[in-house]
Design a protein around this ligand. Structure first.
Ligand code: PLP
Length: 477
């Protein structure tokens, strides 16, 4: 096998690029489990990198669980067992009311510091740049005392909106700062967007399963949900959406576009474009939640659906909760045609998003080392996810299905059709482990045999022990 020389691309570490190239060869089957990898010296010569870069690349692949070293023999491709993936969902295609009482119960476990958080989609705090954020927060408060303590009426601080407009270019969205509204996290952006586009009693088309925060917003606004069949890799079924549109059943569509929660779906550009065109034909708005978009494992930031929007019908919502700080509560909306409504609603609901937080995020984006931080974070999430999948192979029953997201930090696990993950949730709680039972993600309470796992926590003997315990509880039934 001959490896082409590597050309360093901007923003990526050389050893990471070498590792990614070899990972591609493994993923495509050119290198099979058990195959010996080219020697470190060969990588050095053929890819035109130093010996230490080649070694570091192999160490990274080892950390990712893809290769192993044998004494005196070199490196081999590991036979990572790959559990089957769940199929496309087939929800009852009937609009239903949303009841989210369980969500509160599960989320209340987040407050218990003794619980291993495999339930809520929270990042490990050790992975976040807290000290840099704290330093920048102090700086912006000192340099802008009046501004930081004033109301910051919609659309929000210009420094923040300028920084977001620049970042949105990575998602292929060319928007001006004036088109951005600062919000209290993505949760508020989605809530305001739903309020701006619907009336109580209306029906909103959603993926199935869907993020329970969205379901809560639908419940609060007295909206009904129409669950669409959804494939873990391709996303919602556009034919089913078209049928609903033809029958004039829906007033809006709402979904997570990239590395969705809970399925981990990243829609292809073709599907994103087809979705935008289909909705434009019927003049139906789309609420796009893109909180995980920067967390692609291969480093290529996927496009937002908003990038394909020619009519201002996409209301783009996102935040830095998954990448920088969930507690600062800084998010934003790009509401397109609904800008005036969203700004007015924002003013009514809570007047302003904390200007100190907006300025701290803007400062981090300007000079806090955002790109470097995200590179490290996605590498950590990818590694943690691989380790969780490996633990599922080791400890869960053989027929267990699990998604294979290419970004983000959640996994969707499907057990035997008769299994009850609500019971598992109760039993796991007694062992101080939280999971998110499948029925939380469906207004029709489907997915009773599924649950979501958070991979945001750094891998540790404690997390491994929790996975082993979960596996035992599942086997015991
Ligand atoms: C898809 C999705 N949207 C929004 C949120 C919440 O975002 P924020 O903290 O910015 O309100 C989450 C958190 O789990 C999420 O998974």
């Amino acid at each position: 096998m001959h490896l082409r020389p590597i050309e360093q691309t901007q923003g990526a570490n050389l050893y990471e690029q070498v590792a990614n190239r070899i990972q591609t060869l493994i993923a495509e089957g050119t290198l099979q489990p058990g195959d010996r990898l080219p020697s470190v010296r060969k990588v050095h010569q053929q890819m035109s990198v130093s010996i230490s870069t080649a070694l570091e690349a192999y160490r990274l692949l080892e950390d990712r669980g893809l290769i192993g070293a044998k004494p005196q023999s070199g490196y081999f491709v590991r036979s990572v067992k790959s559990p089957p993936e769940p199929d496309r969902s087939s929800p009852a295609q009937k609009a239903c009311r949303v009841d989210t009482s369980l969500v509160f119960q599960v989320n209340s476990m987040v407050r218990d510091p003794d619980i291993i958080q495999l339930g809520a989609a929270v990042p490990g705090m050790d992975l976040l740049p807290l000290s840099t954020l704290n330093r920048l927060m102090g700086q912006v408060m000192r340099h802008n005392p009046a501004l930081a303590h004033s109301y910051s009426p919609p659309p929000g601080c210009i420094e923040f909106r300028r920084a977001i407009a620049r970042r949105l270019l990575d998602a292929d969205c060319a928007v001006t700062p004036d088109q951005i509204v600062a919000t209290h996290g993505a949760t508020e952006a989605v809530y305001l967007s739903l309020r701006a586009t619907t009336q109580p009693g209306d029906t909103v088309a959603i993926s199935s399963p869907s993020y329970y925060g969205l379901l809560e917003a639908l419940a609060t606004l007295h909206l009904r949900a129409l669950e669409l069949p959804t494939h873990p890799r391709e996303g919602i079924c556009l034919d089913a959406l078209e049928t609903a549109l033809k029958q004039k059943k829906i007033s809006a569509c709402a979904l997570v576009s990239n590395f969705s929660n809970p399925l981990g779906t990243c829609m292809s550009n073709e599907n994103k474009q087809a979705l935008v065109e289909l909705l434009a034909e019927y003049q139906i708005p789309l609420i796009e939640d893109d909180v995980y978009g920067d967390l692609s494992f291969n480093g290529d930031r996927p496009k937002a659906i908003k990038a394909f929007d020619r009519h201002g019908l996409v209301l783009y919502c996102a935040s830095y909760s998954k990448v920088l700080s969930p507690g600062l509560r800084v998010g934003w909306a790009v509401p397109g045609c609904y800008q005036a409504q969203v700004e007015r609603l924002k003013l009514t609901v809570n007047m302003s998003t904390s200007p100190g937080s907006q300025l701290a995020i803007a400062a981090f984006l300007a000079n806090g080392g955002y790109d470097r931080h995200v590179r490290n974070l996605r590498r950590a999430y990818e590694q943690q996810m691989l380790q969780m999948i490996q633990a599922i192979c080791n400890y869960f029953p053989e027929e267990t299905k699990v998604t294979r997201p290419t970004g983000g930090h959640v996994l969707w696990v499907e057990l035997d059709p008769h299994f009850d993950t609500m019971e598992l949730f109760q039993k796991a709680g007694q062992h101080k482990i939280s999971i998110s039972p499948g029925i939380m993600f469906s207004p029709s309470r489907s997915y009773g045999n599924c649950f979501r796992l958070n991979c945001g926590l750094p891998w540790s003997p404690k997390v491994e022990q929790a996975m082993e315990t979960l596996g035992r509880l599942i086997r015991e039934g």
